[in-house]
Design a protein around this ligand. Sequence first.
Ligand SMILES: Cc1ncc(COP(=O)(O)O)c(C=O)c1O
Length: 390
Amino acid sequence: MPSPGPFDFHSVALPWLHAKPGAKWHRTPDAIAAWVADMDFAPPPVVVHALQEVVAGGDLGYPDWRHVTGGSPATDVFVERCARRYRWAINEADTLELNDVVQGIQIVLHLCTQPGDGVVVHTPAYPPFLHSVEDSGRVVVPVPAQRSEASSTGWAFDHDALDATLSQTPAKVLLLCHPHNPTGHVFSEHELESLAELAERHHLLIISDEIHADLAYGAAAHRPMALHAPERTVTIHAASKAFNLAGMRYAIMHIGAESVRSALATVPGHLFGAANLMGAVAAEAAWRDGDEWLAAVVQHLDAQRTLLASLLAEHLPAVRYSPPTATYLAWLDCRALGWGDDPSARFLERGVRLSEGPNFGVEGNGHARLNFATSPSVLREIVERMSRSA
Ligand SMILES: Cc1ncc(COP(=O)(O)O)c(C=O)c1O
């Protein structure tokens, strides 16, 4: 076993995991939880320390931030980090703090589109994308993922076909997931450029969900969509995936599009609530002091995505899997098993809970999503159980 270094991602044991109160493990008392996108590890020590300091300080009253409704110190750290990490120069005045990423998506869809408007989504899609569009009466315009030997990520999207579709049936928004959940595809500079051109030609507003930005492997450095279409893009970020803080409920939106800025100016300031003190403190600590932990966890996840390939080859060779270029999510094509639209039901009978493929849209039929952000021994147990007869 490799040395855990200053951070230990190897010692998560099943009894400790099953005792966790969060949704991922608490809802699966009889199975190993490899579904919802939380990692099995404790959060970064720098974040825990920052939260403990606030509690020990004894003041959980209104924080003394610049504006009552937002503008916590996390925004400054975010702005500084975007310049340092992504070479993306932005102004704090163009940011808005949120409780979560999906809230930001829904705010922009609500303010800037009407029922019946088309929203372009790369499918299969993170299920709340589909719900956010469909439950508000907007219409998904799908761009299906295709396997591609030529692509460095193993996936490609036919943007020429999308161009032709939009010429016939106009849409209002491109709702981008970059990097893409569930395929782990990182959109290349060329793809981002062609999406920016397409958005310009078809007058699309771009909402770019970049929550998985810091979970890219190898040479796949993150490049924000907004670098290619600065005046058309709203970017939404959070520390929650890369630093394992989803329960802190904190996200941030950068508004590059003037139409969104003016739409937001028409609504009362408190309509969307204000950032939570602890969420902002956690994000600030993660973004300011969490780089060492982040590098270590990405290195661990990188080894896990490769380990998963060898475990599947050994135990479940009929399952097709391309290691993701980003994220700790593995998109498993289980169609060769002949288990119908939802193979996760069969894996659950065998004692492993995966995310159900059909929830990601019709392209998800016959698929399941596996979360490999755990220890090597738990991952081994996951695949061994998946391959056992029920
Ligand atoms: C692409 C993507 N966006 C958003 C979220 C959820 O973010 P939040 O809980 O901040 O709404 C997830 C969670 O897995 C995700 O994968």
